[in-house]
Design a protein. Structure first.
Length: 303
């Protein structure tokens, strides 16, 4: 597969077609000496994933979301689509993102519309089993036109559904769990001498995160909660870098504790259940130069 456009919702694990941010996947340079019959995703390979960011526009799914969260969600979708279309991962496989990080280098707050962008993936590590990608570690560069607007990295594991069922045996399913409708990602916020404590809230009707049944709290919601803690602790209006690291699932059916502290660079927020830390998110804010829209990459209106 050299190029694929018309990405479908199944390629990015969404039920709502309007939630799809990926518009195309194409192969870049192959590693020197690579076998044409070898895996499409190998160490040294590059892939280009086209995306579209609905920035500061009315949208059925992503209205009122920050550029930081939209960029992170587009990056998540891009890695998923690439695994399916470039790595041969079957559509019934489950994905575990043990790390997803993004650092913005230009400020997109002054840009509005449906903004076309591109993510170039560079494979750092790739593991295959019977010709199918099972782990992909990558760095990435996000561009709008000719301007680099962010750097990113990730570690994605692709899990056979039978293995995943064994891993999640006993965990409440979406149908079994209480459907929460909390007003905020953080509840009962208590300020401490070095940070804050809270419990993790979530809304089952949140179409950005919970548009299909899941058996855990997705990392995207943890990122949102960590950004909320960052705002409360620093009063910064925008988060310009996030680093999400997950070591366990955050289950739907049990309360999760949130603890955030200030650091020299920003904040660090941990999420724990049953006394075990499941994920840690670091956030930072920096002054960035504004992106001047290139004339050759116009945004289009949402109609």
């Amino acid at each position: 597969m050299r190029e694929r456009t018309g990405i479908e919702r199944k390629h990015v694990h969404k039920l709502d077609a309007s939630a799809v941010l990926v518009t195309g996947v194409s192969a870049g340079a192959a590693p020197e000496g690579a076998d044409d019959d070898g895996p499409g995703i190998a160490v040294g390979s590059s892939w280009h994933v086209a995306i579209e960011l609905p920035l500061a526009v009315a949208h059925p799914v992503y209205a009122h979301q920050s550029a930081t969260l939209l960029g992170l969600e587009a990056f998540r979708q891009a890695g998923t689509a690439l695994a399916h279309l470039g790595g041969g991962v079957p559509l019934d496989h489950k994905f575990i993102a043990t790390r997803i990080a993004m650092e913005w280098t230009q400020d997109l707050s002054g840009v509005t519309g449906l903004v076309p962008a591109s993510i170039e993936f560079r494979t750092v590590r790739a593991e295959h089993r019977r010709g199918v990608l099972v782990r992909h570690v990558f760095d990435a560069t996000v561009t709008v036109g000719d301007a680099v607007v962010a750097q990113a990295s990730g570690d994605l594991q692709c899990v056979d559904p039978r293995v995943h069922a064994r891993l999640r045996s006993g965990a409440p399913t979406w149908e079994e769990a209480e459907q929460r409708h909390d007003l905020a990602a953080l509840g009962s916020v208590r300020t401490t001498s070095d940070g804050l404590d809270a419990w993790l809230g979530w809304d089952a009707d949140d179409r950005m995160v919970f548009d299909h049944g899941v058996d855990h709290i997705p990392a995207m919601h943890l990122a949102r909660a960590a950004m909320t803690a960052h705002h409360l602790l620093t009063a910064d209006t925008a988060v310009t870098s996030l680093d999400v690291r997950c070591s366990r699932y955050v289950d739907l059916g049990a309360p999760a504790d949130v603890h955030a502290t200030r650091t020299a660079a920003g904040t660090q927020t941990s999420f724990a259940q049953g006394g075990h830390v499941a994920a840690t998110v670091t956030c930072a804010s920096a002054a960035l130069p504004p992106l001047s829209r290139p004339a050759e990459v116009p945004a289009r209106a949402l109609v």
